[in-house]
Design a protein around this ligand. Structure first.
Ligand code: GDP
Ligand code: MG
Length: 356
């Protein structure tokens, strides 16, 4: 971890310095006004995991050669492992041992890009009990805990996930929904985006428009202060920054003291059309004891929904909300299990519209 102190006449200029030298991964450790040569200025202490790597110049051929040389080992290893797993599973996965209905359900899920791990699990469950109804095998795989004030009774809720996944918009839309359902609810919207993204302005705008409290978390002290005043609110929704590079959610949470907050649930915001490798990376990057649910966004832009099942199986997390449009109104719903199965088997979005 490398720490550096930056000073500039304004906080905007100081943030710009941090960004240009340390990049978007920099974590702000403190932000205060100091006096230098008799003038007030802004001092920011920021940290990055390691020095940004300066790109080296390589010819196209040398890049490809190097990549192929390095990949031979793991490629062989991976294809051997994969071959062995499939050889073990294939004889067991005999479709003729299933009822026609079970077979169709499995084929359907395979088309939806449900992965082999999950398909094998479903197959084994179906085989365990003769004539096992399809839904009996599938039901335990998906759990929904709808994002509503009465279901999620703890105060702090943070929205994590890759940049552009839909964290800020999901947070705003869920807050507005809850405020509409319970006008007396004391909601606070907080941004921990480090003053970089436009999400801060979006959040501030909707908070002001709807009479909700708005707070900024720039340093660890800001979060401590928010915890101290948390009794004033029924729910505090925190917009986390998209963590690029190698920074993990656990590291980030530790820096800001979020890990010490027992009253915090983290919701992971994802789109169903990331690649398999990307999902595996996310499971690692965003693992946390405080991770409590997955929010699926951009369902309207997806053409298969197997990822919802794959993620539920890999993480054991419930789904809390489903988002299916870019607009603020009528584009997110607290999740239900029925909605998810309708999505998976009928490609029907929560508003009843069908995906092609
Ligand atoms: N089509 C579609 N667009 C969405 C959905 N959710 C968010 N978006 C759009 O995705 C973009 C990024 O969303 P944002 O909330 O800023 O992502 P963040 O970087 O994770 O905070 C914005 O243009 C949103 O309007 C969705 O469910 N469907
Ligand atoms: Mg955002």
């Amino acid at each position: 971890m490398k720490m550096k102190t930056y000073r500039a006449a304004t906080s905007t200029a100081a943030f710009a310095k941090v960004k240009s030298e340390l990049g978007n991964e920099a974590v702000i450790l403190s932000n205060k006004t100091v006096v230098e040569n008799g003038c007030k200025c802004c001092e920011i202490v920021a940290a990055v995991e390691s020095e940004p790597v300066r790109p080296q110049r390589h010819s196209k051929e040398s890049v490809v050669d190097a990549a192929l040389r390095d990949s031979v080992g793991w490629q062989r290893e991976w294809s051997q492992i994969k071959g062995q797993i499939m050889a073990l599973m294939k004889p067991q996965m005999d479709p003729s041992k299933l009822t026609p209905k079970q077979r169709i359900a499995l084929e359907y899920l395979e088309r939806e890009e449900v992965n082999e791990r999950v398909l094998t699990h479903i197959y084994c469950t179906m085989r365990e009990t003769r004539d096992c109804p399809v839904m009996t095998a599938l039901d335990p795989l998906i759990k929904a805990t709808p994002f509503r004030a009465e279901t999620w009774t703890n105060t702090f809720h943070a929205f994590a996930g890759p940049g552009g996944a839909g964290k800020t918009s999901s947070l705003v839309r869920l807050a507005l929904r809850m405020k509409k359902e319970r006008p007396g609810m004391r909601l606070c919207l907080a941004t921990a985006d480090g003053g970089r993204g436009k999400g801060r302005l979006v959040l501030k705008h909707y908070a002001e428009l709807s009479g909700l409290a708005f707070r900024e978390i720039i340093t660890k002290e800001d979060f401590t202060l928010l915890r101290e005043e948390s009794r004033r609110f029924d729910m505090i929704l925190i917009d986390l920054p998209g963590l690029s590079g190698r920074t993990t959610l656990e590291e980030w949470s530790r820096l800001y003291g979020l890990d010490e907050c027992r009253d915090l649930s983290i919701h992971l915001v994802l789109n169903p059309y990331y690649s398999t490798a990307q999902f595996e990376r996310f499971v690692d990057k965003y693992k946390s004891e405080q991770l409590a649910s997955v929010i699926w966004t951009k369902l309207d832009e997806a053409c298969t929904f197997g990822a919802v099942l794959n993620m539920a199986f890999a993480s054991g997390l419930p789904v809390s909300a489903l988002s299916f449009g870019p607009g603020i109104k009528n584009s997110i719903r607290p999740a239900s299990e029925e909605m998810i199965w309708r999505l998976m088997f009928m490609r029907t979005l929560p508003d009843g519209n069908k995906q092609p």
